[in-house]
Design a protein around this ligand. Structure first.
Ligand code: 5RP
Length: 221
């Protein structure tokens, strides 16, 4: 089974969970990335059963609207019933690295206004300890050198991504970090002047992670 099929299967399992949880007044939070794209495409079948969505990126917003589904502006939404999104790494305590697609800040904002966060991954994303995937950090451009120096001082190898975020900021990807305590690392990085957010989701970790496996099953963490 190839990775796209794993992604499609976990997206289908997420849709089944979402259909159990939502009502006609519900707002569904939607993440960003190739796994979430499968979920968005499936959501079209179900679009008369909820009110609207709130999205975490320009790319997801365009994809959702193309399917005729309403997307509300995030600042006008008080609460989403459920948020569905992928991840780049997941550890055994459901702490995540996200931001491979560059949407980490909007993703964290939508998580923060959602009652329930369902993360969907295939088994290649499971790790013992976070940090093999280079950690994305969204940074205000004038702070990028200082943030790169700091991450180097704690053992990382930072590099700047060429593409800016939807917010017009820079992403610094930091390889080689040893992340033994994801909450502490998230707080430390978030507290650096000029950091908008680090791509560790430990303070807002998912309530549940669905993991699509090569044997055809979908495990729940
Ligand atoms: C985007 C993200 C994505 O969820 C993450 O990069 C996983 O993407 P994919 O489903 O394409 O593997 O955090 O900012």
């Amino acid at each position: 089974m190839d990775q796209n099929e794993l992604k499609r299967r976990v997206a289908r399992a997420a849709l089944d969970r979402v259909t159990e949880m939502v009502s006609p007044d519900s707002i569904i939070g939607v993440g960003t990335g190739s796994t979430t794209n499968f979920f968005i495409d499936l959501l079209a079948e179900f679009k008369s059963s909820f009110k609207a969505t709130v999205s975490s990126s320009v790319a997801s917003t365009a994809r959702i609207r193309d399917l005729g589904i309403s997307v509300l502006e995030t600042h006008k939404v008080e609460c989403a019933d459920i948020y569905v999104d992928g991840a780049d790494e997941v550890d055994g305590s459901r702490a995540l690295i996200k931001g491979g697609g560059g949407a980490l800040t909007q993703e964290k904002i939508v998580v923060s206004i959602s009652k329930y966060f369902l993360c969907i991954v295939d088994e290649t994303k499971l790790v013992e300890r976070l940090g093999t995937f280079p950690l994305p950090i969204e940074v205000i451009p004038s702070a990028r050198s200082a943030v790169m120096r700091f991450t180097q001082s704690i053992g990382g190898k930072p590099s700047e991504r060429s593409r800016l975020t939807d917010n017009g900021n820079v992403i610094v990807d930091v390889a080689g970090l040893v992340i033994d305590d994801p909450e502490e690392m998230e707080q430390t990085l978030n507290n650096l002047p000029g950091v908008v957010t680090a791509g560790i989701f430990a303070l807002h970790r998912p309530h549940e992670v669905f993991v699509s496996k090569r044997d055809g099953s979908v495990a729940r963490l």
